[in-house]
Design a protein. Structure first.
Length: 487
């Protein structure tokens, strides 16, 4: 669980995107640069699609199957619940806008309750976009609430646990939804196939809602979501809290991007036991409202005291991860990003392999993590301004302390990106491994050997999220010029 004070602090950092309120123009074209020249304009990362002129409002309670088509641009107006075993299908290319000022005065968000499903499968050229209803260059973290999926997967707390960030006043009275039953998650079904959702080629932008400290909505919140759910090619950007948060469950995910979110990029809690492979996290200067402790990875168990249900602990399996902070704030130039690159707390277990971490004062801290079984922690490179690893890194992990030598992580000037609403720099995530990458380890979880296919052996050839080619390049599905997008 988070134990941070969400006081706003100012960050001066690297960024890919500016918050200038002038000069936003529609980019005339979309290009692809598979060769890896990252000093060009942002055209490859600007989504210049035009949503439909007609708008339709999504019902606040979806109790029977519903499909959102590209005939309309769809509006989330306040708290919206998929319930009663219904399936909400969102077709490729659909735009969904969360209303900043909803009719009810409550935050606009989408929550998929236990037994219901969300099928949101976009494509590389027709991604599904959840975004703010505000104008370009005037969008901000917390404009709307985000996406929440709840399931019957196993956790290490009681099955009556309620997802954070949802107040009783958010539930509609007509049709009546009971509180807290409608926002509870967890169960005994590891796969939870009957509850399986699917998100592919999806962007979630300017989301998040903070009720109070430790009670927030994230960009994408997953509570007790089982391994039958599919998560692939998802970008969460400029959120008011975490990018991705996993409360228990065993859902696996690939090709994730957390970009400029105000708190943690990847947060694991309450007995989460899934695998994450090929994932990028970037802290940005031009975002505002960072928490006092915005970690790249934050891994928690049940704390104070450390307790679990059925001896289940939080045990993420993380491979081919790139975590980038920045070089300036909160202290003097060169002190590094606030927070820690990867923080493993409170008796958690973890596998962390084939990774790149840079731009933080402390790169990796696993002082409080479980020592038996020993963590699988190897084949990576850490840059840190003060301490690369606490306790120390194994021999298979290369480290650098102090000012960053640009070629150490195999990235070109990763902390020297310009801020501009119309032509921000393009981030460089492509890496030549600074040390020999090893073979992905055999990993186990409570059910034995981890399910086949969840770890891609191709990732053993390089460290970080990408080798010498980029899976984030392409038309539309990613965007690093979110303020400049004219939709």
């Amino acid at each position: 669980m988070k134990r941070i004070n969400l006081l706003t602090i100012a960050l001066i950092a690297v960024a890919v995107l500016g918050l200038s309120v002038t000069g936003c123009k529609k980019n005339p074209g979309i290009g692809q640069d598979q060769a890896g020249d990252f000093n060009k304009s942002s055209s490859a990362f600007t989504d210049s699609r035009t949503p439909p002129a007609t708008q339709a409002t999504i019902p606040n309670v979806i109790s029977s199957n519903l499909t959102l088509t590209t005939a309309n641009e769809w509006i989330l107006d306040g708290p919206t619940f998929v319930t009663n075993g219904a399936t909400l299908t969102i077709n490729p290319g659909v735009f969904v806008r969360g209303r900043k000022t909803s009719t009810s005065g409550n935050p606009s968000f989408l929550i998929v309750t236990r037994g219901a499903k969300l099928i949101a499968n976009g494509t590389q050229t027709t991604p599904i976009v959840f975004t703010s209803d505000q104008e370009p260059c005037n969008r901000a973290a917390g404009d709307w609430g985000g996406v929440v999926i709840l399931g019957n997967g196993r956790t290490n707390v009681a099955t009556t646990t309620s997802v954070e960030g949802i107040a009783a006043s958010y539930l509609p009275s007509s049709p009546f939804l009971s509180f807290p039953a409608s926002i509870q998650y967890g169960g005994s079904d590891e796969a939870d196939a009957s509850n399986a959702s699917s998100l592919k080629y999806v962007r979630i932008e300017f989301a998040g809602d903070i009720l109070q400290n430790d009670n927030e909505l994230n960009g994408l919140t997953l509570g007790g979501v089982g391994s039958a759910t599919t998560l692939s090619n998802i970008q969460v950007s400029y959120g008011a809290d975490d990018g991705f948060e996993f409360f228990g469950g065993s859902v696996n995910a690939k090709y994730l991007i957390s970009y400029g979110n105000n708190d943690d990029d990847f947060d694991f809690d309450q007995g989460y036991q899934g695998s994450i492979q090929f994932a990028v996290a970037v802290k940005l200067a031009c975002a505002s409202g960072y928490s006092s402790n915005p970690n790249g990875i934050e891994c928690n168990n049940v704390t104070s005291p450390v307790t679990t249900v059925n001896s289940r602990v939080t045990r993420p399996i993380l491979s081919n991860i790139t975590i980038l902070g920045h070089s300036a704030s909160p202290g003097p130039i060169g002190s590094g990003s606030a927070g820690i690159g990867a923080l493993f707390r409170a008796g958690t277990e973890f596998t962390f392999v084939n990774f790149l971490v840079g731009g933080f004062g402390v790169g990796v801290n696993y002082t409080a993590a479980a020592t038996s079984p020993a963590p699988v922690y190897r084949d990576g490179a850490i840059h840190a301004f003060t301490t690369p690893s606490t306790p120390g890194a194994p021999a298979s992990v290369d480290t650098q302390t102090g000012g960053l030598t640009n070629d150490f992580l195999g990235l070109t000037s990763p902390f020297s990106l310009s801020c501009s609403c119309t032509s921000p720099s393009i981030p460089n995530f492509t890496s030549q491994s600074p040390v020999a990458a090893g073979t992905l380890p055999a990993v186990t979880h409570a059910g034995g050997v981890f399910p086949a296919g969840t770890m891609d052996s191709a990732g053993s050839a390089f460290q970080g999220a990408m080798g010498t080619s980029r899976w984030d390049l392409g038309t539309y599905w990613t965007s690093y010029n979110l303020q400049g997008n004219t939709y």
